[in-house]
Design a protein around this ligand. Structure first.
Ligand code: FAD
Ligand code: SIN
Length: 561
C-alpha cells in the first residue's frame, strides 16, 4: 500500500499562502513558464536548491530547430520520428518542430540570450540523428548556462513573482477531483508549509541520479514522477532512459559530458587500437542516434575489463577546439587530458528520461489544474529515444502552450477551490528506520546493473525483488529532503523495472538481450496509474497517449457558458 502523501498533515495547522500559479522547478521549463505566467498572475516559483542549480545549466550541445535555408520543420519532424523508433506522438512532434524556431527567436530577441553567430547568422551545428545542421549553441558549449542565466535575469524583478529557493515540494495537493496546491518543506528551517493555488505546473526535470553513473546533477532524483503519480496523473514511457554515449570516463559525480557536438564537428569514436567503431554500423556513423551508438559501444567493450572507449578530436585544429568547446577543453585539461593532443576516454552514462508525466498538447495532465512541462513531462515527442537537443526546445515550446491555457483555468479554479473546506491527511506509518544513504547507494548500482542499457528477465527480476522488499520505505514519514527523494526514487525505479519487464522487445533506449528484435505489438505506451494506494498499468496505442479525461479545460469552459 502506497500512501497518497509522503507526510501526514492538517493544512489548518500549517503556515500557507494563496497564489494563482505555483511553478515547481527553475530549469528551462520552470523559468519560461513562470516568466510568462507572472505577466498576468501571482506566481510562486519553488526550487529545492538554488535558482540556477538545474540540469538546464549543464546543457552543452544546444537547441535544435529548423532555421537554415536548406532545412525545414518537415525534415526536423522526420529526424525526430526516426530517432523515436515508432513511439512518438506525431501531433506533439509537429507542435515541437513548427513552433520551435519562433520560440528560439523569442529566447534570443525578447529574453536576451546570446547565441553564437557566424557571418551574421546563427552558427548551427549537427548532432546525432540530425540530417541537417540545426543545433544553435551559446558560448561554444555552455548553451544551458546562457539559457538559465538569461531567463533568470528576466525573472528577478517581477513583482508578481516570489522565488522560494531551498524549498522542497513534497506533494501536489488535490481536493474534490482537482489540483489545490502544493505541500512542501523549507529546507533551511525544516518547516512544512503549503501554497494554495488552482494551478500547479510541475517542471522538476529528470532522474539520472537513479543510476550510479550519470551526467545529471544531484537535483535529478525523479521527484516529479512520484508526486504526479500520487496525485492521480498518468505516467508513460519510463522504460526509455537514454544513456549518453560520451561522458568523460573518470570517477566523478556527475560524470562530465563530452557533447555530441564534438562529434558534430568531426570527432570520432575509436577503440584502443585506433579503429573507428561506427564505420559500417550506421549511415550517419559517429552521428547515428544515441541508442545505436551506445549499443555499438557496449558491443565493442564486451572484452573483460574494457569499460571505456576513446573519442578522438586531435585532428580538429586546436584553436578551433579551444574556441568552440571552451568548458570541455578546460574541464578535461584540469583532469590531465589535453583534448587537442590525446583522445578522450569516454563511456556511456544515464542522461535523459524520454517518458514521464503524461500531458496533452497544452501541458495538461489528467488532473484538473495540474500541468507538467520539460523533462518530467511526457508529451510524446521523444518516443523511445530522444533526438539530441530536442529537450531544451520542448521546455520552451510547451511552457508557452501552458501559458496560453491558463487564463480561464485560474478563474474557474479559484471558484472551485473556495468550495473546498480544508485538507487533512493521516496514514498508518511504518516505524521501521531505514538508512536512506545505504538504500540509495544500492539502488543506484542495481539500476545500472539490471535496468541499464542491457536488460534481461533475470536481471530485471532481481531488481523487482529488491524494489518489493524496499517499498516499505514509502510508509516511513521522513523529515528531510533526502528521505523524500529516496521515496520518489524507489517509486520511479520500481515502475521503470516493471515497464522494462513488461516490454518484451528491444526498441530505442530499451534493449532486452532476451528479446533483441522490435515487435509491432509493442507500438504502445505503457501507462501507470495510482488509485487507493495501488499502482496499476495499461497499454495505450500510439496516437492515444491521452484519454478523454485530458479534455478538462475545454469541457469546463463550455459547461460554464
Ligand atoms: P531541470 O533543468 O533539471 O530543472 C529542474 C528543477 O526542478 C530544478 O530547479 C530543481 O531544483 C527542481 N526540483 C526538482 N525536484 C524538486 C522538488 N521536489 N521540489 C522543488 N524543486 C524541485 N538538452 C538539450 O536540448 N540540449 C543540450 O545540449 C543538452 N545537454 C545536456 C547536458 C547535460 C550534462 C545534461 C545533464 C542534460 C542535457 N540536456 C540537453 C538535457 C536538458 O538539459 C534537460 O532535459 C533540461 O534542461 C531539463 O529542463 P527542466 O526544466 O525540465 O529541468
Ligand atoms: C550534448 O551536448 O551532447 C547533449 C545534447 C542533449 O542531450 O540533447
Amino acid at each position: 500500500m502506497i500512501p497518497r502523501y509522503l507526510i501526514d498533515f492538517d493544512l489548518e495547522q500549517l503556515p500557507g499562502a494563496d497564489v494563482d500559479v505555483v511553478v515547481i522547478g527553475s530549469g528551462v521549463a520552470g523559468l519560461s513558464t513562470a516568466l510568462r505566467a507572472a505577466r498576468a498572475f501571482r506566481v510562486a516559483l519553488l526550487t529545492k536548491s538554488t535558482l540556477t542549480l538545474t540540469a538546464t545549466r549543464y546543457a552543452q550541445g544546444g537547441i535544435a530547430s529548423a532555421l537554415s535555408d536548406d532545412d525545414s520543420p518537415n525534415l526536423h519532424f522526420d529526424d525526430t520520428i526516426r530517432a523515436g523508433k515508432g513511439l512518438c506522438e506525431e501531433e506533439a512532434v509537429w507542435v515541437l518542430v513548427r513552433e520551435g524556431p519562433e520560440r528560439l527567436r523569442e529566447l534570443i530577441d525578447e529574453v536576451g540570450a546570446r547565441f553564437d553567430t557566424k557571418n551574421g547568422k546563427l552558427d548551427l551545428t549537427t548532432e546525432g540523428g540530425h540530417s541537417k545542421a540545426r543545433v544553435a549553441h551559446a558560448r561554444g558549449d555552455a548553451t544551458g548556462s546562457e539559457v538559465e542565466a538569461s531567463l533568470s535575469r528576466r525573472l528577478m524583478y517581477n513583482k508578481r513573482l516570489e522565488i522560494y529557493e531551498h524549498y522542497y515540494a513534497i506533494d501536489i495537493l488535490t481536493a474534490s477531483g482537482r489540483c489545490a496546491g502544493v505541500i512542501g518543506m523549507d529546507l533551511e528551517s525544516g518547516r512544512l508549509s503549503y501554497f494554495r493555488a488552482p494551478i500547479v505546473v510541475l517542471a522538476v526535470g529528470g532522474m539520472g541520479q537513479l543510476y550510479a553513473i550519470t551526467t545529471n546533477p544531484a537535483i535529478c532524483t525523479g521527484d516529479g514522477i512520484g508526486m504526479a503519480l500520487r496525485a492521480g496523473a498518468d505516467i508513460a514511457d519510463i522504460e526509455f532512459l537514454q544513456f549518453h554515449p560520451t561522458a568523460l570516463h573518470m570517477s566523478e559525480t556527475p560524470r562530465w559530458l563530452i557533447s555530441e557536438a564534438l562529434r558534430g564537428e568531426g570527432a570520432i569514436l575509436i577503440d584502443h587500437s585506433g579503429n573507428r567503431i561506427m564505420e559500417g554500423v550506421h549511415p550517419l556513423r559517429d552521428l547515428a542516434p544515441r541508442d545505436t551508438v551506445v549499443n555499438e559501444m557496449v558491443r565493442v567493450m564486451k572484452a573483460p575489463g574494457e569499460d571505456h572507449l576513446l573519442l578522438d578530436a586531435t585532428h580538429i585544429p586546436s584553436e578551433k577546439l579551444k574556441q568552440r568547446f571552451p568548458t570541455i577543453y578546460q574541464h578535461c585539461l584540469e583532469a590531465g587530458i589535453d583534448i587537442t593532443q590525446v583522445p578522450i576516454p569516454v563511456s556511456p552514462a544515464a542522461h535523459y528520461m524520454s517518458g514521464g508525466v503524461v500531458t496533452d498538447l497544452h501541458g495538461r495532465t489528467k488532473v484538473r489544474g495540474f500541468y507538467a512541462c520539460g523533462e518530467t513531462a511526457c508529451t510524446g515527442v521523444h518516443g523511445a529515444n530522444r533526438l539530441a537537443s530536442n529537450s531544451l526546445l520542448e521546455g520552451l515550446v510547451f511552457s508557452r502552450r501552458i501559458m496560453e491555457d491558463l487564463s480561464p483555468e485560474v478563474s474557474v479554479g479559484w471558484r472551485e477551490l473556495e468550495g473546498i473546506e480544508g485538507i487533512n491527511y493521516q496514514f498508518g506509518r511504518s516505524q521501521v528506520a531505514m538508512d536512506v544513504k545505504l538504500l540509495r547507494r544500492f539502488l543506484k548500482q542495481l539500476m545500472l546493473d539490471c535496468v541499464g542499457f542491457r536488460r534481461s528477465r533475470d536481471g530485471l527480476g532481481d531488481a523487482e525483488e529488491f524494489m518489493k522488499k524496499n517499498l516499505e520505505v514509502l510508509r516511513v514519514e521522513y523529515q528531510e529532503a533526502k528521505g523524500f527523494e529516496t521515496q520518489n526514487m524507489i517509486t520511479l525505479a520500481s515502475l521503470m523495472t516493471k515497464a522494462a519487464l513488461l516490454r518484451e522487445e528491444s526498441r530505442g533506449c530499451h534493449y532486452r538481450v532476451d528479446f533483441p528484435g522490435q515487435d509491432e505489438f509493442w507500438r504502445k505506451h505503457i501507462i501507470f496509474q495510482f488509485s487507493d494506494g495501488h499502482v496499476s498499468w495499461e497499454l495505450r496505442p500510439i496516437g492515444k497517449l491521452q484519454d478523454k479525461s485530458y479534455d478538462w479545460s475545454l469541457t469546463k469552459i463550455s459547461e460554464g457558458k
